[in-house]
Design a protein around this ligand. Structure first.
Ligand code: RP5
Length: 179
């Protein structure tokens, strides 16, 4: 069952380099059969596109927006400044693909993602954005599902099932430790 013909969730990211992290959110919606629309929008490189997107988000039918960005991660906050739709930020720490190893030298950010996390959470009073942990796009997906479940109560059972599956998988892992 799908809950709407139109996408209920907007997933956006600051760069194509964020997509390998942000697919973690998309996978949750695919699992729950919730339509989402994914786009690259940069707060700094495409500011007018950002404003247009955020101003039309409500008309598009989005109930929640997930915005991921690294470094000076202004994308979630700037989106929230244009719309009343709840915005969940994903701070991103990406690696430079061209670097042979995922060492500190290969990291895009010198601050381990803390720069991105603080850029997202330290919004001025009156303009809140919630944030998940660095690179935890899947958690943003699950949190968004909880928001959607207020409007689509059928999703509550799916979320309960998801919790119960996690419980079972931890028990299974615990049993395997004994072997
Ligand atoms: C941010 O800068 C993006 O969100 C990305 O996390 C980071 C690096 O972007 P690219 O230089 O790979 O485009 O704006």
């Amino acid at each position: 069952m799908t809950y709407s013909k139109k996408p209920l969730v907007g997933i956006i990211m600051g760069s194509s380099s964020d997509s390998r992290i942000m697919k973690g959110a998309a996978e949750i919606f695919d699992e729950f059969k919730i339509k989402h629309e994914d786009q690259i929008i940069s707060a700094h490189r495409t500011p007018s596109r950002l404003a247009e997107y955020a101003q039309h988000a409500e008309k598009m039918g989005f109930k929640v927006i997930i915005a991921g960005a690294g470094g000076a991660a202004h994308l979630p906050g700037m989106i929230a400044s244009h719309t009343i739709i709840p915005v969940i930020g994903v701070p991103i720490l990406v690696y430079n693909d061209k670097h042979p190893k995922k060492t500190d030298a290969a990291k895009f950010s010198a601050f381990g993602g803390l720069d991105s996390l603080l850029s997202i959470t330290e919004m001025p009073s009156g303009s809140p954005v919630v944030s998940v942990g660095v690179n935890k796009a899947g958690n943003a997906g699950i949190y968004a599902m909880k928001i959607l479940a207020n409007e689509f109560p059928e999703l509550k059972n799916k979320l309960k099932q998801h919790k119960s599956d996690q419980h079972k998988s931890v028990l299974k892992e615990s049993e395997q430790l004994k072997k």
